[in-house]
Design a binder for this molecule. Sequence first.
Ligand code: MN
Length: 203
Amino acid sequence: MADKGFLKKYHEKRDFDISSEPFGDEAKKKDEDKQIFVIQKHDASNLHFDFRLLVDGVLKSWAVPKGPSTDPDVKRLAVRTEDHPVRYADFEGVIPEGQYGGGTVMVWDAGTYENDRKDDDGNLIPMGQQLEDGHSTFILNGKKLKGGYTLIRTQKGDNEKWLLKKVEDDKADARRNPVSTENKSVLTGRTMEQIKKESRKND
Ligand code: MN
């Protein structure tokens, strides 16, 4: 069972009367086996990519300033951020200026993932345990990103830092650079500019 107040940090940072982000007061109880991930391109004070994995009913989250790479020789800094409610996976729009994370949010990639780290006996290590260990390996099945990735924790504490890296496999491709060449939402096909413009229209 999820702790009471498991989304406390998420709720404390936001004013839900002003932002259209989902409140998300319940951990996901249905489809718990379905392991989803989402990567949201977020044009806040600094442009970054928010990488989120559904683990134990919440979206475990990291801000990746340069976004994920498909090149196994490239490590990308991933700064741990607060857990988000599962409903956040479908959030695309504009967080009002002056609010926490104010700026445009796009669902840049989404799909399912499979746990891919085993213990010495060949049993899969639960994702929650992997994250606690600071060493996680999984296979993404998104529209833009596919194949194995690892997250390795390099710094613990309040400012937890990790490195996100592509695993060397048949989906690795050093020539692709989807972060700069694939610029449309996998949810709506829109660009950042279109999301911003259409949000203004709806005000
Ligand atoms: Mn963000």
